[in-house]
Design a protein around this ligand. Structure first.
Ligand SMILES: [Zn+2]
Ligand SMILES: [Zn+2]
Length: 485
């Protein structure tokens, strides 16, 4: 049913109460139909008068009885009892990348209490929780655990007031401004549902709490720590991210949810001289400026127009004084792609443009620009097409087509280090997004009538109840299909 899980928040209260109150089979049935089929329906928008009117107009036997989703009802109960307090704790107590010590400890205790065998300290502060349930596929679900050095300015009651010393010794504010607290709470919720349904599935469920996603290092560290050798290589892998411009209560899935990223620096050499005698040297500011502009033609002229590719020069440092031509300039770039071919063309194009721009300025061969990676590259997160189609079908049939936020279009080329778990591993994987913002706000923003505080904003605030329940529902529904008996 469309939005079936939302309805079930009402099942414990208003829904059944109304049925008794009206005491008339058809009136009650139509009331429920109105509930269940209201688009984006908050139950309080359904007017009893409207239901009554519909009742009078409805021919007998035309209305199908709504299908209940007991899983959604169970998740709603678990949210009130256990997940809401867990989310409150995690949101109010964020920790920076590689410093997720209390977070990992809390996650370990939650997952142990759910019956999982938990190993901590995998890839520094990561953890792996295993639930074995006979012979069957091993399925991995990953949640990231780190927060950001952002000062929370949202009006959430559990807003973070945390300040810590970061790895460089600076005192910084900390906030779960990317929703990783939603991912962790959903992971625990999924653990509860799967542990309660062991008779419905078989295999090994492997839940991963990954550190340092925001520094794009945690997944690689867990791989370097032999996660798949120690705990088994998954037959399938799942992950999700809450996104501010997707409607809370909905999900979406696409072939390339995240891009690959290369972070580079280019040191452009020049020959220093007096600012009033440029002919006596080679000006690195001019050479580097030409490189910055020429790099944009690598994207537009070397890459096929329908292929995703991006080069951003985010940092440009040179010189000390207006009348001095220095001897170097330093550029820092992020380079994004979604295929090996595009990535190779971008990296080759950057080298070609940088070196030949310097040659054109007359720089000697031993003083051409130096290009190097400043960080470990991140591969693109690409969904397995067959698995994506299978899960789309499962979600659609179990949760209704309305579960998808079809108005969402990924615009940027954000990266995600989850890719290190699956890229080149031959593990079919699906990474999906879940909504974080009430539907009305999303619709208004898409119509150009308002803005949404996006992930990483100090004002980022998700509808945690809906987001987390949707995360658990979508993940558990997928797992019950992939691991079905
Ligand atoms: Zn983030
Ligand atoms: Zn994130």
């Amino acid at each position: 049913m469309v939005g079936g899980f939302r309805v079930h928040r009402e099942q414990d209260g208003a829904g059944e109460g109304v049925q008794e109150f009206i005491g008339h089979y058809w009136a009650a049935l139509v009331y429920f139909v109105a509930f269940y089929t209201a688009p984006h329906g908050e139950p309080d928008v359904i007017k009893p008068g409207l239901a009554l009117l519909a009742c009078l107009a409805l021919p007998a036997a035309a209305a199908p009885a709504p299908v209940e989703n007991p899983l959604a009802a169970a998740i709603a109960r678990d949210y009130q009892a256990k997940l809401a307090p867990l989310y409150d704790y995690l949101h109010a107590n964020p920790e920076l990348s590689y410093m997720e010590v209390q977070t990992a400890a809390r996650m370990a205790s939650e997952l142990r209490a759910a019956g999982f065998e938990v190993t901590e300290g995998v890839g520094k502060t990561g953890l792996v929780a295993i639930l074995r349930n006979g012979k069957g596929p091993t399925v991995m679900v990953r949640a990231d655990m780190d927060a950001l050095p952002v000062e929370e300015k949202s009006d959430a009651p559990n807003a973070s007031k945390v300040k810590v010393k970061d790895m460089n010794g600076n005192i910084v504010p900390v906030m779960h401004a990317c929703g990783h607290d939603v991912h962790m709470t959903s992971l625990v919720g999924t653990a509860h549902q799967m542990a309660a349904r062991k008779s419905d599935w078989k295999g090994t469920l492997m839940l991963v709490g990954q550190p340092a996603e925001e520094r794009t290092g945690g997944a690689l560290d867990m791989m370097a720590d032999g996660i798949f050798k120690r705990f088994g290589k998954p037959d399938y892998a799942l992950a999700m991210h809450v996104i501010a411009d997707v409607e809370a209560g909905k999900i979406e899935v696409s072939e390339a949810p995240f891009s690959g990223a290369d972070l580079l620096e280019i040191v452009v050499h020049g020959i220093g001289t007096h600012g009033a005698s440029p002919h006596m040297g080679k000006d690195p500011v001019v050479i580097a400026s030409q490189i910055v502009l020429a790099l944009q033609t690598v994207v537009t002229r070397d890459i096929a127009p329908r292929e995703a590719a991006l080069i951003t020069v985010g940092s440009f440092h040179a010189g000390t004084k207006g009348n001095v031509i220095g001897d170097s300039a330093r550029l820092e770039l992020t380079v994004r792609s979604e295929s090996d071919d595009a990535r190779a063309k971008l990296l080759a194009g950057i080298k070609r443009v940088a070196e030949n721009t310097a040659r054109a300025a007359g720089m000697p061969e031993d003083k051409l620009p130096e290009i190097r990676h400043t960080d470990r590259p991140v591969p693109p997160t690409l969904n397995d097409k067959a698995l994506m189609q299978r899960l789309r079908g499962v979600w659609s049939s179990k949760l209704g087509e309305g579960i998808f936020d079809k108005g969402y279009q990924r615009g940027g080329m954000v990266g995600e280090d989850y890719a290190h778990f699956i890229y080149g591993q031959g593990i079919p994987s699906v990474y999906f997004v879940i909504g974080g913002t009430p539907g009305g706000q999303v619709a208004a923003a898409r119509a150009g009538k308002g803005t949404i505080a996006y992930n990483h904003s100090p004002l980022f605030r998700v509808d945690a109840e809906k987001s987390i329940q949707t995360g658990v529902l979508a993940t558990t529904t997928a797992l019950l299909d992939l691991m079905k008996r």
